[in-house]
Design a protein around this ligand. Structure first.
Ligand code: ATP
Ligand code: MG
Ligand code: MG
Length: 552
């Protein structure tokens, strides 16, 4: 019994199924162009397309929309497959490539020429622009519009044979130069590009345009519902025009939805690529990037991303989603599942003077405080421990519920200690604390007094060293992309990365793997960095803080 979220696309599918349209089949596709890594916006499209198929007994294809030979690369193809699988979706059969339909596209173009619906146009790019008219003025017919079918067929064949330079000729659909919809003013179908293609090598020097190739690809694959973002609404008449005039296996229905925009985030492959190329970030999978690879490395879970995509829903009106919603979905999932651990990020040594030298006690702490079934973990306790520098002050008022000179605090999962003495170096910096502990306070309140503060700790001897990277938003402006006078890179947050090199972790974290998220108690959610782990370094990424620090 699958729960179907009601959105307008599901309603269209419901109506189609009730009317037995498409023989009751639902076939969707996710069609990325392999010119970059997928980002959170693509995740929405993936969840929508795969989710729709899954919930309606259908299937979803993965199709690389690779009709543009210049910017595409094998690395992107591999990363896209990995990201879709990581999100938990499985495409139908093998991944497909629009480029594998190049022969068919070519035949369909010939069909259009033979039907008198396409012609070879030899206007220069500038002249073609002038003939195209404007939004307020109709265009004019190209002087080449009335070429004979025979001449068009011959010229198109010569284009294919590589006999002309780039830009010398294009193949255009013969539609309506006066249409108020600019997309219908004799759009280009094929252009000459003397560029090698990553799948077809040097077989082709003419390449089809998106609007022509996309609809035919959909039809070849038997797509029933071809879902795309709103900017393609004006292209739908063209999508339908091609499929109406061509003898294709079926005529899919194009449906548009609003793309995902997130504040404090840039979701444009082109701009993300700029950050990578200019080495502003550490690659496409930098944990600050809104790419799926970056989010995975940062410690996002597929569940969190999918829950977020479900929560924002599918609409036909553009809006901006608060990135705090994404972080909320993440905290929600991590809070339920992440085991707890203690990690001291800025160590300050503490000697518990009345604790016997050489003694080590094994204390127990819950793996997850809200779920007893997950058992306990062992924490060694000893005379020398570390606490966080930020958890101590020589003097403080009552609001500071941590350790203060002469006062008590509880060590989480262990005893109550009192700070008796502060040791400073020559520069006056605090280098060590001398404390005493109350042996009667393990799991019990102390006699006759209340101790409110609780801080985390690890032992000097048993804790393991690690580097911890604290991430913050990559941009410090809600709409980095939306400033006329400024470049999006002017709004990079200079504090998006803080590296802490001398952290100490509880010993159980020695076996952490990059896929396992932890809550470092009082600090946030963390995971082992997959890239550093490959080279044998122990680096933890902060996935997200415990609470939203940007909330007003
Ligand atoms: P970009 O602008 O980042 O380059 P794109 O739309 O050019 O994105 P494609 O590879 O063509 O990238 O996208 C594959 C699919 O993902 C398309 O169907 C597209 O509509 C969808 N998609 C891309 N960005 C978003 C977004 N922000 N929200 C929802 N869907 C998106
Ligand atoms: Mg695209
Ligand atoms: Mg694009």
């Amino acid at each position: 019994n699958v729960v179907k979220p009601t959105n307008f696309i599901q309603q269209i599918v419901d109506r189609d199924l009730a009317a037995n349209k498409n023989d009751g089949q639902v076939q969707t596709r996710f069609p990325p162009e392999p010119n970059g890594y997928l980002h959170i916006g693509h995740a929405k499209s993936i969840c929508l397309n795969f989710g729709l198929a899954e919930r309606n007994g259908g299937a979803c294809n993965l199709r690389f929309d690779d009709t543009n030979p210049e910017k595409e690369e094998q690395e992107y193809i591999e990363s896209i497959k990995q990201d879709v699988e990581w999100l938990g979706f499985q495409w139908q059969g093998e991944a497909r490539f629009a480029s594998s339909y190049f022969d068919q596209f070519y035949q369909y173009a010939i069909d259009l020429i033979k039907a008198g619906k396409a012609y070879v146009c030899s206007l220069s790019a500038d002249d073609a622009r002038a003939y195209r008219g404007t939004l307020t003025e109709p265009g004019r017919n190209s002087p080449y519009r009335e070429r004979s079918i025979e001449e068009n067929l011959a010229l198109f064949e010569q284009m294919k044979q590589g006999e002309f330079d780039e830009g010398a000729h294009v193949l255009r659909a013969k539609i309506d130069m006066a249409s108020p919809n600019m997309n219908l003013r004799d759009p280009i179908i094929y252009r000459i590009r003397k560029v090698e293609h990553h799948q077809t090598g040097d077989k082709w020097c003419i390449y089809p345009m998106y609007d022509f190739a996309h609809g035919i690809s959909d039809a070849i694959e038997g797509i029933t519902h071809s879902i795309c973002t709103l900017e393609f609404e004006d292209h739908r008449p063209l999508y339908d025009w091609f499929l109406d005039y061509l003898d294709v296996p079926c005529h899919p229905q194009q449906i548009e939805f609003a793309r995902l925009n997130l504040n404090y985030t840039v979701t444009s492959k082109r701009k993300l690529k700029q950050l990578v190329d200019e080495q502003i970030v550490d690659g496409w999978d930098d944990p600050r990037m809104p790419t799926i690879a970056g989010m995975r490395r940062r410690g996002y879970t597929p569940t969190a991303v999918r829950n977020f995509c479900d929560a924002i829903g599918v609409t036909r009106s553009d809006g901006v989603v608060d990135v705090a919603m994404l972080e909320h979905a993440l905290r929600d999932d991590l809070n339920q599942h992440a085991p707890r651990a203690m990690a001291v990020l800025r160590p300050l040594k503490v000697v518990i003077e009345n604790y016997p030298e050489g003694q080590v006690e094994m204390l127990k702490a819950p793996v997850h405080p809200q779920d007893e079934s997950r058992g306990t973990r062992e924490l060694p306790f000893a005379r020398e421990i570390y606490i966080d520098q930020e958890d101590f002050k020589e003097q403080a008022n009552k609001k500071f519920k941590r350790l203060v000179l002469g006062k008590e605090v509880r060590l989480r999962n262990a005893y109550v200690v009192r700070c008796d003495e502060v040791i400073k170096d020559e520069a006056g910096d605090i280098v060590e604390l001398r404390c005493s502990y109350d042996a009667e306070t393990l799991g019990k309140d102390p006699e006759g007094r209340k101790v409110k503060g609780v801080i985390h700790w690890v032992t000097v001897e048993h804790s393991i060293p690690a580097e911890v990277r604290l991430y913050d938003r990559l941009f410090n402006d809600p709409n980095p992309d939306g400033h006329k006078e400024a470049d999006f890179k002017d709004f990079l947050n200079p504090e998006s990365l803080t590296v802490l090199e001398n952290c100490r972790l509880e010993p159980g974290l020695a076996t952490a793997s990059p896929q396992q998220a932890y809550q470092f108690e009082r600090e946030g959610y963390f995971c082992l960095d997959s890239k550093a782990a490959k080279s044998g370094q122990r680096v933890f990424n902060r996935t997200v803080t415990l609470r939203d620090s940007w909330a007003k």
